[in-house]
Design a protein around this ligand. Structure first.
Ligand SMILES: Cc1cc2nc3c(=O)[nH]c(=O)nc-3n(C[C@H](O)[C@H](O)[C@H](O)COP(=O)(O)OP(=O)(O)OC[C@H]3O[C@@H](n4cnc5c(N)ncnc54)[C@H](O)[C@@H]3O)c2cc1C
Length: 408
């Protein structure tokens, strides 16, 4: 796809939260400067023009948890290019991608925004690849949902009625606390599902800190969700799971929720990455050692402030990082000042199933709301805030002002 000799092009790889806001924000600055889409083309490359609402994939009906992007991209004159990026050549400044029909094409760029997100990390544990479910990507969540429904055709047994969730972090807790109600909806209201969280650390929610932990522990007690702490999953087979302390749990459903890694495309950029595979970026979200490349969302490790806090692999950080990355990519090409990324407000809103939710504020996670009150906020976040703006040009562009995105 050649471009006009005088034209410039920003290529954004991905169609997640970071990519969506990168596109909106770059288009916003282009619009503010009165520059046309012929002079500065913004192209978004992804397998589908669809935002997968990953933060909701632990819910029932996961096949419905997507939002179309094509209309909003069209409204803001961003070109959608169907394809999976395979190679990035940072010397010639081009991305090679493969289309759904298997055709390989090349897209030159002046600025590249890597917004390829993350994936569940699946270590090499015997039986994990064959028997573990997950709620990481849409297809994973759909496969789990189908499996849960198929349990209703099996005779009641300890294995049928037991779900083991491996990983007691944010995702593990959200999926585990949702499970009792989901299983009762499938197996009947008299079913007595058993849900067990297995966590290698000695505490549940190891990253949450001491303040919120009693609330989580109380919710797990109320929902009868068991925890097995200080032991990891050693192996899985078709009837259950064996833990590192030798304990055996018969279970037809083991859900792996123990850690994420940046998507593999980040390895194509010749730059330093952290243990999660995230590209190290400067405050403007540029990959310092590779001119013309910015990284954002779950694909980037970025400082949020000057006191040592770094962006987490979270939707909340990804949206705002996306807005800064898009702005800065366009700003470099248009000769405008760059904006250093920062995360004004950091909050956590953890779903706790029928118990409600937990809302904390700040990096020290001060508990602000629990139960039904926090659940209302969680539902608002998950059904309104994280969805794409409507395909109305002015409002969509305005929603991507980097300073405003996801201020809670
Ligand atoms: C079950 C679950 C619950 C969660 N709960 C929360 C929560 O409560 N709060 C919160 O803040 N976060 C939560 N998260 C995390 C959040 O979903 C992620 O941090 C967020 O999706 C990251 O956004 P992103 O845009 O960086 O990447 P993603 O959303 O992962 O999007 C990446 C995009 O890149 C595309 N892509 C990847 N590789 C290529 C390629 N080679 N070529 C082209 N396109 C490519 C993908 O198709 C996708 O469109 C949760 C995640 C899960 C799975």
């Amino acid at each position: 796809m050649p471009k006009q000799p005088s034209a410039q092009r920003i290529v954004i790889i991905g169609a997640g939260f970071a990519a969506m806001y990168a596109a909106l924000s770059a288009a916003r600055l282009r619009d503010m400067k009165g520059v046309s889409s012929q002079e500065l083309e913004i192209a978004l490359v992804a397998p589908e023009p669809t935002l997968v609402i990953r933060p909701r994939l632990y819910e029932p009906k996961p096949e419905t948890l997507t939002a179309p992007l094509q209309d909003v991209l069209k409204a803001i004159d961003v070109l959608y290019v169907q394809g999976l990026a395979e190679t990035v050549d940072t010397k010639s400044r081009s991305v090679q991608f493969v289309t759904a029909k298997g055709v390989r094409e090349t897209l030159p760029y002046d600025r590249l925004v890597v917004a390829t997100g993350s994936r569940l990390f699946r270590p090499n544990i015997p039986g994990l690849a064959e028997y573990a479910f997950s709620v990481d990507q849409r297809d994973d969540a759909v496969a789990l949902d189908r499996h849960l429904h198929s349990l209703a055709d099996r005779p009641a047994s300890a294995a049928r009625d037991t779900v083991v969730v491996a990983g007691g972090g944010f995702t593990g807790i959200e999926v585990a606390t949702e499970m009792p109600a989901r299983l009762r909806a499938i197996l009947g209201k008299n079913a007595k599902p058993r849900v067990v969280i297995v966590e290698r650390n000695d505490a549940i929610a190891p990253d949450m800190g001491a303040g919120p932990r009693p609330v989580i522990a109380g919710a797990l007690r109320e929902l009868n969700v068991e925890t097995r702490l200080g032991a990891g999953v050693a192996s899985l087979d078709d009837t259950g799971v064996t833990l590192s302390d030798g304990v055996r749990i018969e279970s037809a459903t083991v859900i792996w929720a123990a850690g994420m890694r940046a998507a593999p495309l980040t390895a194509q950029i010749p730059a330093e990455r952290d243990n999660f595979g995230r590209l190290l970026v400067d405050r403007e979200l540029r990959v310092s050692s590779v001119p013309g490349v910015l990284a954002t969302g779950d694909a980037a490790k970025a400082a949020c402030d000057d006191v040592g806090n770094y962006a987490l692999m979270s939707c909340q950080h990804a949206t705002r990082m996306g807005a800064f990355a898009g702005h800065n990519a366009a700003a470099e090409l248009l000769g405008e000042p760059l904006k250093p990324y920062h995360q004004k407000a950091y909050v956590t809103c953890l779903d706790l199933g029928e118990y409600g939710a937990l809302f904390t504020r700040g990096w020290d996670r001060k508990v602000e709301m629990v139960g039904a009150e926090a659940k209302k906020t969680k539902q608002e976040i998950n059904t309104v805030w994280i969805y794409p703006p409507k395909p109305e040009r002015a409002a969509a562009l305005a929603s991507a002002e980097p300073e405003r995105v996801t201020d809670v």
